[in-house]
Design a binder for this molecule. Structure first.
Ligand code: MN
Length: 205
């Protein structure tokens, strides 16, 4: 098996009341496990089995739909679990490297929050909202359909994702039903800005 389903870095109920235990359990144990298993089945016996997920996604247009959908699903959820925490919320220090980059890109945190929330809210159907770093080290907000992400060569806007929000209905329907904006607002209470900062620093090293 090339890729392994990562454990959650906290308990299934740790993000309550913002994200409920049942959603987290089904989302991780069924959905993320499914993407992982199907990715492994799609690359078994091919030279992709020896590559990193990032390398696979950067040339995903060369591969079939199973690699695009399940490789994206594998990567996106692994990032998603890490950028949330029961101790999350708030905002990055404006003195940190990430905080300075956010000020440069968006002016202030509330403007970033409005842009990110709009990207999540207006993504039609299933997909993801992202905060990304481009090659110049500048931040931008974007969204992608299905399990695509900005690492992929097929993405409209390419960059390194450092924060992602799953807006598939499976991510919120049990608790929020059709109220996606409430789920997006609740996500801001669990964002692990220390982890996002680490990812920004790694992407701009
Ligand atoms: Mn999902």
């Amino acid at each position: 098996m090339a890729f392994k389903l990562p454990d959650l870095p906290y308990d299934f109920d740790a993000l309550q009341p913002h994200i409920d235990k049942r959603t987290m359990k089904i989302h991780h144990d069924k959905h993320h496990a499914g993407y992982t298993n199907k990715l492994n089945a799609a690359i078994e016996g091919t030279d992709l089995a020896k590559k990193s997920i990032e390398d696979i996604l950067k040339k995903v247009s060369k591969h079939g739909a199973a690699v695009r959908n399940n490789g994206g699903g594998y990567y996106n959820h692994a990032l998603f679990w890490r950028v949330m925490s029961p101790n999350g919320g708030g905002e990055p220090s404006t003195k940190s490297k990430l905080g300075r980059a956010m000020t440069k890109a968006f002016g202030d945190f509330e403007t970033f929050k409005a842009k990110f929330s709009a990207a999540a809210g207006t993504r039609f159907g299933s997909g993801w909202a992202w905060l990304c770093v481009n090659r110049a080290g500048n931040l931008f907000v974007t969204s992608t359909p299905n399990q695509d992400n900005p690492l992929m060569d097929v993405a409209e806007k390419k960059g390194t994702p450092i924060l992602g929000l799953d807006v598939w209905e499976h991510a919120y329907y049990l608790k929020y039903q059709n109220r996606r904006p409430d789920y997006v607002a609740a996500f801001f209470n669990v964002i692990n800005w220390d982890e996002v900062s680490k990812r920004y620093n790694a992407a701009t090293r």
